[in-house]
Design a protein around this ligand. Structure first.
Ligand code: PEP
Ligand code: MG
Length: 816
C-alpha cells in the first residue's frame, strides 16, 4: 500500500487532516511531518522530520508526500536529498492542495492503486471544486445583487456587550480569532448606532463599531458552518468575550506583589542594553510623517499589489518571529501587543482596502497602504471611547513597519519636555542617537535596537541606560518610570523610595586614574576609550583612558544632507580632541559610512546587503576628493599630539597601501602649503573582515598596528547580521571561530613587532577582556563607562591565567 506523508507548517492542521482521513478510510499508512521547534508547536517545516516520516510509512509500494506551501516544498525537496537512492526512487512529491489532495489520494490508496495513480488522482483533486464554483465566481452580465435580493443569513444572534470597555482590542481580537476557525461569512452590526454591518474578520472594523458596554450587537452568518460559528460567538459572549469583568492590566504589564507600599509599582522585563539606572517622566518619540514622492503615471496594479503583498508577508513574518522570541524571553505578556499588530497585518480593512486603491485608483503600493491606514486611524480617532481611540496608534505603528518594508523610512520625531526624561522609541538609527542630548535624556526604552547595533554602541558610549524589547503600548498607562539598564527591569510609576534610589547619580562611582594598567604578573595593557562626541571625550578623560582607541568620525556628520568641508571637519574633531589630555595618543578612524550607517550626503546605490557593500574604505577610496579633505582635516586637527590613523572595513592589502599612499600625499601637500598638522602618524587598520584576519601576514608589513572590530568581525564570521534581534546567539565575540581569528592577528602582530588591540563592544566585557589578553591583545578600547570594571578585572588576574582562559575557550594554543 502506498504511504501518505502530510507536510504542513502547522502541526494541529496536519493532525486534524490525519484524523479526517482516518475517519474516511481506516488503516491508511499516514505519517505527519509538521510544525517546527522541539515539540512542533511553532509554525514551520523541518526536512529531518520529513525524512523520518517517509521512513515510517514508505514500504515497497512507495509513498506520496503532500505539502502545504512555501518552505514546505523546499524542506521536502531537501528531505529527498537526504534519502538513500533506493528509498528516494519510491517517493513522489505531489503538487495537489493539501486537503483535497489527501482525500483523493486516500481513496486511491485504499483501493490499492500504484504510486503514480495515487499521485495523478490527487493532482486532479481541485478540479471538482473549481468546476463547481467557477460559474458563480465568474463575472457575468447579470445585475449585481441588490440588498433586497440578499438572501437571509443561515444563522444569526443578537448579543449584549457586557465587557467594561465594550468591544475594545482584546474582545474584538477574540471575535476575529473565533470567526477565523469557521468558513462562513460573518457580519456584525451595532444596533445602537444603526451603522452598516461589518465583517467579523476585521479587527479594525469591529473596533470601529463603537460597541460599548450595554450595547446590543447583531451577528449574522452565512455558509456551511453558520450555526456553529454563531454558537461559538454566543459562548464567547457568555464568557464576557474572554475579558475579566473588571478591566485587567494593559498588555505587557505584570503586577508585583505589594512591597510595603499600598500603590506598589508595576514591573516590565526587557533586555538590558546599556548599563546604569535612571528615573524620569516618559517621553514618547514617534517617527515623523513620511513624505511619499508624487506617484508616477501608469503604474502596473499587478506589480503594485504584489509589492504590497510581499511587504505585508515580510512584516507578518517579522512579527511572528518577534512574538516567538518575546514569549521565550519574557513570557506572553509583551507578545500581546505584537499579536495585535499581526492581526492588523491580515486585517481586510487595511490590506484589501489598500489593494482596492491600487486596482481602482491606480495608486502605488506605499500610497495605497498609507491611505488605507490613515482612513482606519481616522475611524478610530472619531470614537468616543478613549481606550479605542488609542488603538489607532497600533495602526500608525504598523503602517510605518510596512512602509519601511516598501523602502520608505520616517525620521524620528523627538519632542522633549523641559525636565530630563526617559525616552521611549520604537527603534533607533545611529543618526537618531547622534541627535539625542544626554543632558536631557536619562534613559531610553526601546522596542527593538539590538545589542551590537551602532545605535546601541552610541547609547552605551554616551552612558545612557537602555532597556530594549519593550513596546511603547505597554508603557502608555504610566507617566514616570524607573529603569535598570543592567537587569532590563522597568518599573511603571515607581514608588518614592525606588525613585530616590534610582535618581542617585552613577558617575560618583567612576574613579579616574591614569596609572598604567598591568596584570598581577606585569603584563602591560593599554586601556583606551571609544569616542564619538565631545561628551565621550570628556568621559574618557574622566575615566582615566590612556588613549582614545577608536574615534568614530562618521557620527559627527551622519545626520546631514551636505558633505562637511575640511574646515568644519577639522573644527569638530579638534573640539573633541581638546577634551582629552594632549600627551595621550588618539586613534582616529577614517569615515566608516555604509552598512547601517548611511549618510544622506553620500548617496549609495541600493544594495541588497549593505553590510557587504560599499562601506568604509571601499567607499572613501572611490570618493578621492572627499577622502583627501577628510584626511587633511584629521591631520590638521591632531596637530601637536600623538596621532594614529586607521582604516575601516579593509579586506585586501591593496586598500591599505592605496590609503596609506593618499595619506602621505595629503601630508606632503600640507607641508607644501605650510599647514601645521600631525606627522609622523602611526597607521593601522581595522580587522573586521575575516579575510583581513586570515590574511594578517599579508598586511603586517603595511601597518603599524591592528585594531580588531569584534562587532563586525563577529557578524561577518558567523554570517549573522549585527543587531539582528533573532540572531543574538550568533553575536558573541567569544565564539571559538572569532577567537581563532583574533589569536591569528595578535600572533602575527606580536611576531613582527607590531601590536593588536580590540575596539569592538566585547572589549568592555571583563570576562572577554581576559580572554583577549590571553590571546596576545595589548590594547583594549571601550566606552568610558566600562573602563573601571575592565581595569579591576585585569588588575586582579595574571597574564598566565588569561592565557589559560584563552586556551580553554579556543581549545588551541594561543601561540600555535
Ligand atoms: C567593530 O566593528 O567592532 C567596530 C569597532 O566598528 P563599528 O562598530 O563602528 O562598526
Ligand atoms: Mg566595524
Amino acid at each position: 500500500m502506498v504511504g501518505l506523508i502530510l507536510v504542513s507548517h502547522s502541526r494541529p492542521l496536519a493532525l486534524a487532516l490525519k484524523e479526517m482521513l482516518e475517519r474516511f478510510y481506516d488503516a491508511l499508512p499516514i505519517a505527519v511531518a509538521a510544525g517546527a521547534g522541539d515539540d512542533g508547536k511553532d509554525l514551520g517545516t523541518d526536512a529531518t522530520a520529513i525524512v523520518a516520516a517517509i521512513e515510517e510509512v514508505c514500504g515497497d509500494d512507495g509513498a506520496l508526500v503532500l505539502l502545504d506551501l512555501g518552505s514546505a516544498v523546499l524542506s521536502a525537496e531537501l528531505a529527498l536529498d537526504f534519502l538513500d537512492e533506493a528509498l528516494r526512487s519510491r517517493v513522489a512529491l505531489c503538487s495537489a492542495p493539501l486537503v483535497e489532495g489527501a482525500i483523493a489520494a486516500g481513496a486511491q490508496i485504499k483501493v490499492g492503486a500504484s504510486l503514480e495513480a495515487v499521485r495523478a488522482e490527487a493532482e486532479k483533486a481541485l478540479q471538482q471544486k473549481t468546476t463547481h464554483l467557477a460559474p458563480e465566481t465568474q463575472v457575468s452580465d447579470a445585475e449585481p445583487p441588490t440588498l433586497a435580493q440578499e438572501p437571509p443569513p443561515d444563522a444569526q444572534a443578537t448579543l449584549r456587550v457586557e465587557a467594561e470597555h465594550g468591544l475594545h482590542a482584546r474582545p474584538a481580537m477574540r471575535i476575529v480569532q473565533t470567526v477565523a476557525k469557521y468558513k462562513s461569512a460573518v457580519q456584525i452590526r451595532n444596533l445602537r448606532t444603526g451603522a452598516p454591518a461589518v465583517s467579523a474578520r476585521s479587527l479594525v472594523a469591529i473596533n470601529c463599531l463603537d460597541a460599548r458596554r450595554g450595547d446590543s450587537i447583531q451577528i449574522t452568518a452565512t455558509g456551511p458552518d453558520a450555526g456553529e460559528v454563531i454558537e461559538a460567538l454566543k459562548a464567547l459572549q457568555a464568557k464576557n468575550f474572554g475579558d475579566p469583568l473588571t478591566e485587567d492590566l494593559p498588555a505587557g504589564v505584570t503586577s508585583r506583589p505589594a512591597s510595603g507600599s499600598p500603590d506598589s509599582d508595576q514591573l516590565l522585563h526587557g533586555e538590558p542594553l546599556s548599563g546604569g539606572r535612571a528615573v524620569g517622566i516618559l517621553s514618547f518619540a514617534a517617527r515623523e510623517s513620511l513624505k511619499l514622492p508624487t506617484p508616477a503615471n501608469g503604474i502596473d496594479p499587478k506589480l503594485e499589489n504584489a509589492r504590497l503583498r510581499n511587504a505585508l508577508a515580510a512584516v507578518r513574518q517579522q512579527l511572528d518571529e518577534n512574538i516567538g522570541l518575546l514569549r521565550e524571553e519574557s513570557g506572553s505578556a509583551n507578545a500581546g501587543i505584537l499579536e495585535a499588530h499581526r492581526m492588523l497585518v491580515a486585517d481586510p480593512s487595511l490590506g484589501e482596502r489598500a489593494a482596492g486603491f491600487i486596482t481602482n485608483e491606480e495608486m502605488p503600493a506605499p500610497h495605497a497602504w498609507r491611505r488605507a491606514c490613515e482612513e482606519a486611524v481616522a475611524a478610530y480617532r472619531s470614537l468616543e471611547d478613549p481606550t479605542l481611540r488609542e488603538r489607532g496608534r497600533d495602526i500608525e505603528d504598523l503602517a510605518l513597519q510596512v512602509l519601511a518594508e516598501l523602502g520608505f523610512h520616517a525620521p524620528l520625531h523627538i519632542d522633549l519636555p523641559a525636565e530630563p526624561c526617559v525616552l521611549v522609541v520604537p527603534s533607533l538609527l545611529p543618526s537618531d542617537v547622534a541627535r539625542l542630548d544626554p543632558g536631557r535624556i536619562r534613559g531610553v526604552i526601546a522596542e527593538a535596537i539590538g545589542p551590537t547595533s551602532h545605535a546601541a554602541i552610541l547609547l552605551r558610549s554616551a552612558g545612557i541606560p537602555v532597556v530594549d524589547g519593550i513596546a511603547a503600548a505597554g508603557l502608555r498607562a504610566a507617566t514616570r518610570v524607573a529603569l535598570d539598564g543592567d537587569t532590563g527591569e522597568v518599573w511603571l510609576d515607581p514608588d518614592q523610595e525606588r525613585s530616590d534610589r534610582f535618581a542617585l547619580v552613577k558617575e560618583a562611582t567612576v574613579v579616574a586614574t591614569h596609572a598604567p594598567l598591568c596584570t598581577l604578573d606585569g603584563r602591560r595593557i593599554e586601556l583606551a576609550a571609544n569616542v564619538a562626541s565631545v561628551a565621550d571625550a570628556a568621559a574618557a578623560a574622566r575615566a582615566g583612558a590612556e588613549a582614545i582607541g577608536l574615534l568614530r568620525t562618521e557620527f559627527l556628520f551622519l545626520d546631514r544632507s551636505d558633505a562637511p568641508g575640511e574646515e568644519e571637519q577639522s573644527r569638530s574633531l579638534r573640539e573633541i580632541l581638546a577634551l582629552f589630555p594632549p600627551a595621550l595618543p588618539v586613534t582616529i578612524r577614517t569615515l566608516d559610512i555604509g552598512g547601517d550607517k548611511p549618510a544622506p550626503y553620500l548617496p549609495l546605490p541600493k544594495e541588497a546587503n549593505p553590510f557587504l557593500g560599499l562601506r568604509g574604505i571601499r567607499l572613501t577610496l572611490r570618493r578621492r576628493e572627499l577622502f583627501g579633505e577628510h584626511l587633511r582635516a584629521i591631520l590638521r586637527s591632531a596637530e601637536g599630539r600623538p596621532c594614529r590613523i586607521m582604516f575601516p572595513m579593509v579586506s585586501d592589502p591593496s586598500e591599505v597601501r592605496l590609503a596609506r599612499a593618499l595619506l602621505k600625499e595629503v601630508h606632503e601637500q600640507l607641508e607644501t602649503d605650510q599647514v601645521p598638522h600631525a606627522w609622523p602618524v602611526e597607521v593601522g587598520m581595522m580587522v573586521e573582515v575575516p579575510a583581513a584576519a586570515i590574511n594578517a601576514r599579508a598586511f603586517v608589513g603595511d601597518v603599524d598596528f591592528f585594531s580588531i572590530g569584534t562587532n563586525d568581525l563577529t557578524q561577518y564570521t558567523l554570517a549573522a547580521e549585527r543587531g539582528h534581534p533573532q540572531l543574538r546567539e550568533f553575536s558573541s565575540a567569544l565564539h571559538p571561530a572569532v577567537l581563532r581569528l583574533i589569536s591569528l592577528v595578535a600572533t602575527i602582530a606580536n611576531r613582527h613587532g607590531k601590536w593588536a588591540g580590540i575596539c569592538g563592544e566585547a572589549a568592555a566585557d571583563p570576562e572577554a577582556a581576559g580572554v583577549f589578553v590571553g590571546l596576545g591583545i595589548t590594547e583594549l578600547s571601550m566606552g568610558a563607562a566600562s573602563m573601571e570594571q575592565v581595569r579591576r578585572a585585569l588588575e586582579g588576574t595574571t597574564y598566565a591565567a588569561c592565557r589559560k582562559l584563552a586556551r580553554d575557550r579556543i581549545r588551541i594554543s594561543p601561540d600555535s
